[in-house]
Every structure is written in structure tokens, then in C-alpha cells.
Design a protein. Structure first.
Length: 85
């Protein structure tokens, strides 16, 4: 086998290994993302429940508050904010 052919084949093998490694990392990240998204749903539900029980807000008000905090708010309802509810 010529030296050039051997070197080319080595580069192909190396690149295939790199592709496989990247695909594995992608799969792991997709799985992690899925788990985090599920956790987020649970936490949002817990938050919604807390708004209902602690601040006696309506479902619509709770949805608005959560949407506002997702857009960049602090997520904390202060004493003055809660009295406005």
C-alpha cells in the first residue's frame, strides 16, 4: 500500500471516530435536554400551585406572572406585588 493511500485511510478512520464521538455527545445532550425540560414542567406546575395557594391568584393571573418571569423577570413576587394581585 502506498504511503499516500495509507495516510488518507488513517485520516478517514480518524474523522469517522470523531463523527461517532460527536454523535454520542449529541445523543447524551439531547437526553439531558429532555430530562431538563421535564423537570422544568414539574417546577412550573409547582410554581403555579404555589401561586394558587399562597397568593390566591386565578389561573389566568398565574399564567401571566409565569410568562412575565420567563421573559426576563426575577420570578420573585414581592410584598407590594402580591398585594396588587
Amino acid at each position: 500500500m502506498s504511503q499516500k493511500l495509507y495516510q488518507a485511510e488513517q485520516r478517514v478512520v480518524k474523522k469517522q471516530a470523531e463523527i461517532q464521538k460527536t454523535q454520542n455527545q449529541l445523543k447524551q445532550l439531547q437526553e439531558k435536554l429532555g430530562k431538563l425540560q421535564e423537570e422544568e414542567k414539574v417546577l412550573l406546575a409547582e410554581r403555579m400551585t404555589a401561586l394558587f395557594t399562597e397568593y390566591d391568584v386565578t389561573f389566568e393571573d398565574a399564567k401571566k406572572l409565569i410568562a412575565q418571569t420567563k421573559e426576563g423577570g426575577s420570578g420573585h413576587v414581592s410584598g407590594t406585588e402580591s398585594s396588587d394581585l
